[in-house]
Design a protein around this ligand. Structure first.
Ligand SMILES: Nc1ncnc2c1ncn2[C@@H]1O[C@H](COP(=O)(O)OP(=O)(O)OP(=O)(O)O)[C@@H](O)[C@H]1O
Length: 285
């Protein structure tokens, strides 16, 4: 086990950012943390990497305290927002970080791996947002970390840059371990086998990507009808202002069944649900 939290709660004043979160990071592969804005993903990472202390509960990193520098030296982190000294050149940034590690990746190799070789001499202040983001992610890998934490690593990257970063992460995770956060199931699907879904500070699901995909495939079908026949895949029903709203795992089949049953209805709408909505419905909160 590389890291774990046990019954971890984190409060910021009145805000309950994490609510009794227990979660393990075993060795090898990619763990995806998925959740909407404010779910607690960044807070969870900040506790795991020793930047913050939990209000209660315990956090372990590499068998010890995440605040111990000896443990932190073996991890790599890219926070959600990074500021790079604007007058330093790209190569100088990498060399600066490399100087803090006993066995860093050679600078040219790292720049090449992250598609930064042509930018080596540029000052970071002149880089585009996406180029800066790529450098910030690259810096997490300089020290050959056992465990890498990436908070929304591909924010601001174009499709090509995103795909090539995915390749690097995937390759790294064949020998080491990566934890990454994202709002997008697609990103996690491209990289991780396991997804931990956070919502309102709680773990809503911890499962394979395939299982989570099934849950997120839920749609909201809403319509006006007096009487509804039994319908397939329905996980919840709400009635407001004369409209009925059904959450279903198979919207197509539900609509076919409505027609087949000769139901009288109007105002039909089919919408994808948000992640949060899908999970909150399923967990009955
Ligand atoms: N330093 C802080 N002071 C006060 N509240 C905070 C602080 N950091 C986080 N929070 C609150 O804790 C909750 C969880 O925030 P967190 O940043 O962990 O969410 P997130 O899942 O990373 O969201 P996002 O996807 O927007 O980055 C939010 O309600 C946030 O407003």
């Amino acid at each position: 086990m590389l890291a774990r939290t046990v019954e971890v709660t984190k409060r910021f004043g009145d805000t309950l950012a994490l609510d009794r979160v227990s979660f393990d990071i075993p060795e090898g592969g990619v763990v995806g943390l998925l959740g909407p804005n404010g779910a607690g993903k960044s807070t969870l990472l900040s506790l795991l990497v020793g930047l913050r202390r939990p209000t209660s509960g315990t956090v372990e990193l590499l068998g010890g305290d995440p605040r111990d520098p000896a443990n932190r030296r073996r991890i790599g982190v890219t926070p959600q927002e990074t500021s790079l000294p604007s007058t330093l050149r790209v190569r100088e940034c990498v060399e600066f970080v490399a100087a803090h590690h006993p066995d860093p990746v050679p600078t040219d190799e790292l720049l090449d791996r992250f598609g930064l070789a042509d930018l080596a001499k540029r000052q970071t202040g002149g880089l585009s947002g996406g180029q800066r983001r790529r450098l910030a992610v690259a810096l997490a890998f300089v020290g050959r970390p056992t465990l890498v934490f990436l908070d929304e690593p591909t924010t601001g990257l174009d499709v090509e840059a995103r795909r090539s970063l995915w390749d690097v992460v995937r390759d790294y995770a064949t020998r080491n371990t990566v934890v990454l956060t994202s709002h997008y199931l697609e990103e996690i699907e491209a990289l991780a086998d396991r997804v931990v879904v956070l919502g309102q500070g709680r773990i809503l699901a911890d499962d394979t990507v395939a299982a989570i995909r099934g849950i997120v495939g839920i749609h909201r079908v809403s319509l006006r009808a007096d009487d509804l026949p039994p319908l397939p895949g329905v996980v919840s029903v709400e009635r407001t202002d004369g409209r009925t709203s059904l959450l279903t795992t198979d919207a197509d089949e539900l609509v076919r069944e409505l027609v087949r049953a000769g139901t009288t209805f109007d105002g039909l709408q089919v919408q994808p649900t948000t992640l949060e909505e899908a999970f909150l419905t399923l967990t009955g909160k």
